[in-house]
Design a protein around this ligand. Structure first.
Ligand code: R5P
Length: 325
């Protein structure tokens, strides 16, 4: 980046070169400091100085403690558990950065909260994902980078760029290193995950089966049938997230009843509430997109660090989708 250099002294240079990476600042909300520190280490940058606290009445107080004028700012927040507090905190951080004249404000939201409510399913429900998109934009976000949106069309709720990165390349590499994939069937736990399961099946050169699932409440699901052959096979159930665990429990039970031998699970996000205790499941492969996961198999930090560097210099993010970071 070549910038004009002010001053009337004829001996001073007219232009100087500025490395775009020097113009980056990286801040974090309070939801996932472990991931934030990992990314900051990879970027070889300190975390931005910011005060995050609560007023005695429970309201959130934010104060950015360093100059951000003209900077290319990235903010990490991954809202789970105290979801609404973390969203409010993020909105206040963005607002503070905007009012302090940050040039660009990119939100890194590895897990896009409220992403499952992307349409009305009964007469008088909100479209919560759309509202979150509106709030982020109104606050001043100029770009969002997330992972594995529950519904990729949520990108269309924004009028700013949204990069929907994938954890699949990381998970596939890990699975290949720990599982004998020759006898593997990839299982989609509901028809909504067919596309994701097919991509895993392609990467692992495995066949596929699908569970016919119906949700019958916020905590319960009804499993109707398993379409495909799992007899004497090892199965990998693939889902974008685990919340209560009822989907995975039901799917793994069905696979066992169908004669499956080992049962593995691959999750992009979660467990979001607590670890799943189910003897039917041999191993869960998951990521650190949220702080709720105690023992993630892989970290998304290298992908985010690479994305930040690429965005800073205007490079394509496409290689990140192919596991090149
Ligand atoms: C649903 O469509 C999602 O892909 C997950 O299967 C679901 O959100 C998991 O939730 P739970 O663990 O509560 O069944």
């Amino acid at each position: 980046m070549v910038l004009p250099f002010g001053g009337s002294n004829p001996s001073t240079p007219k232009f100087f070169y500025m490395n775009p990476l020097d113009n980056i600042l990286f801040f974090s909300g309070s939801s996932h400091l472990k991931l934030a520190k990992e990314i900051a280490d990879l970027l070889k940058k300190p975390l931005g100085e910011i005060l995050l606290e609560r007023f005695p009445d429970g309201e959130t107080r934010v104060e950015v403690k360093q100059n951000v004028r003209g900077k290319n700012v990235f903010v990490l927040q991954s809202p789970v558990k105290e979801v609404d507090h973390y969203i409010m905190e993020l909105l206040l951080i963005i607002d503070a950065l905007k009012r302090a004249s940050a040039d660009k404000i990119t939100v890194l939201m590895p897990y896009f909260a409220y992403g499952r409510q992307d349409k009305k399913t009964t007469a008088r429900e909100p479209v919560s994902a759309r509202l979150i998109a509106n709030l982020l934009e109104t606050a001043g976000a100029t770009h969002v980078v997330t992972f594995d949106l529950h519904a990729p069309q949520v990108q269309g709720f924004f009028n700013i760029p949204v990069d929907n990165l994938e954890t699949r390349p990381l998970l596939v590499e890990k699975i290949k290193s720990q599982v004998d994939v020759k006898n593997l069937v990839v299982v989609s736990p509901d028809v909504g995950r067919n596309t994701l399961a097919r991509l895993f099946a392609h990467d692992l050169k495995a066949s596929m089966a699908v569970v016919d699932k119906r949700r019958v409440g916020v905590k319960d699901v009804k499993i109707e049938a398993l379409m495909g052959e799992v007899q004497e096979k090892d199965v990998l159930i693939v889902d974008d997230m685990m919340s209560t665990g009822s989907t995975l429990k039901a799917a793994s039970k069905l696979c066992r009843e169908g004669g499956a031998k080992k049962i593995y699970v691959a999750l992009c996000h979660g467990p979001l509430i607590q670890e799943l205790r189910d003897d039917a499941i041999d191993k869960i492969f998951t990521t650190n997109t949220t702080a709720a996961v105690k023992d993630p198999s892989v970290s998304v930090a290298p992908i985010y660090a690479s994305a930040i560097k690429k965005m800073a210099v205007g490079d394509s993010l496409l290689p990140l989708y192919q596991g090149k970071f």
